[in-house]
Design a protein around this ligand. Structure first.
Ligand code: HEC
Length: 153
């Protein structure tokens, strides 16, 4: 059976490729919505984890939330395509243009999350309250290290 594109000439196909590619990309507004939902969920999980730490509770119950935060940060770096900064028309986002002018710094701040979250998860799983509390502090600091330069207040 002939492919439906077979009737098109090579030149037409070359012209169509970027169009098809653009169609496959989610719109900037859709990316921002997904990005903010992802950070919001991570924030809600982190708030719950921090509450257990503050109360000196058993950290083992927080492992699942920490795993969810880890899963988000494994892909969060892909949620910042060009053109999705604060000030772009029609977008409701606090992502500062500095993310794109200093991408290396932003990527480093993103990469710094992973070892903190690994340590947090290990401390939680161990059941050691003091280690868990220290790891929650260290993780929260890493959130702030990115928010200060790269997220609008
Ligand atoms: C590498 C950078 C970076 C790191 C690390 C980071 N964030 Fe963020 N965060 C952002 C940016 C940028 C935004 C703004 C996103 C937007 O508005 O499009 C944001 C937004 C948020 C929001 C607001 C979501 C909303 O409702 O719009 C919350 C909550 C949040 N982050 C929590 C956290 C927590 C908790 C951590 C640490 C566990 C963390 N973030 C780590 C960059 C980061």
């Amino acid at each position: 059976m002939k492919h439906w594109l077979a009737g098109l000439g090579a030149v037409a196909l070359m012209g169509a490729a970027p169009v098809l590619e653009a169609m496959a990309q989610p719109s900037p507004a859709a990316v921002v919505t997904q990005r903010r939902e992802g950070f919001k969920a991570a924030g809600d999980n982190m708030t719950a984890v921090a509450a257990v730490a503050r109360a000196g509770g058993d950290p083992r119950g927080t492992v699942e939330r920490i795993a969810a935060i880890q899963a988000w940060f494994a892909t969060a770096g892909t949620m910042f395509p060009a053109g999705t900064q604060q000030g772009a028309p029609g977008l409701d986002t606090r992502a500062l243009p500095a993310i794109w002018t200093d991408r290396a710094g932003f990527d480093a701040a993103m990469a710094a999350m992973q070892p903190r979250l690994v340590a947090l998860r290990e401390a939680a799983a161990s059941g050691n309250v003091a280690n868990f509390q220290a790891a929650v502090q260290a993780t929260g600091a890493a959130c702030g290290d990115c928010h200060r330069p790269y997220r609008a207040r």
